[in-house]
Design a protein around this ligand. Structure first.
Ligand code: HEC
Length: 106
C-alpha cells in the first residue's frame, strides 16, 4: 500500500513540475514571439498607439519605415530580434513596437 501512495505522489509531483515548466515557456515565447491573437488579447489600443509612435520615432533613423503589413508576425519577430537592439528603446517600449507591428502585420 505504501508503494502505491509513493508512486501516486511521485506522479502528482511530476505532473506539477511539467505543468509549471510548460507554462513558463509559453509565457516567455508569447512575450518575445507573440502571435497576432496574443497581441490583440493582451495589449490595449492605447499601448498599440504608443508602439506606433515609438516605431515612427526610432525605426527610421537608418532606413525608411517598413510597412507593418509588409511582413507576417513571424518575420517581424525575427527582424525585431536584430533591429530592437539597434535602437535606444527601453525593453518595455520595444515590446510595444513589436505588439504594434504584429497587430498590423500581413
Ligand atoms: C542603427 C540603424 C538601424 C536602426 C535604428 C534600425 N534598423 Fe532596421 N536595418 C538596419 C540595417 C543596416 C538593415 C539591413 C541589414 C539587415 O537586414 O540586418 C536593416 C534592415 C531592416 C529590415 C529588413 C530586414 C529583413 O530581413 O527583412 C527591417 C524590416 C527593419 N530593418 C526594421 C527595423 C525596425 C522595425 C526598426 C526599429 C525597431 C529598425 N529597423 C531600426 C539598420 C537599422
Amino acid at each position: 500500500m505504501k508503494t502505491i501512495f509513493q508512486t501516486f505522489g511521485f506522479v502528482i509531483a511530476s505532473l506539477f513540475v511539467v505543468t509549471c515548466a510548460t507554462k513558463a515557456v509559453t509565457v516567455a515565447s508569447a512575450e518575445t514571439a507573440p502571435t497576432k491573437e496574443f497581441v490583440k488579447a493582451n495589449f490595449t489600443e492605447d499601448q498599440l498607439a504608443q508602439g506606433k509612435t515609438h516605431f515612427e520615432n526610432n525605426c527610421a533613423q537608418c532606413h525608411k519605415l517598413f510597412d507593418p503589413n509588409s511582413r507576417n508576425a513571424e518575420k517581424w519577430n525575427n527582424v525585431l530580434k536584430r533591429m530592437l537592439p539597434k535602437t535606444d528603446l527601453r525593453y518595455e517600449d520595444g515590446r510595444l513596437v513589436q505588439a504594434y507591428l504584429v497587430a498590423n502585420s500581413e
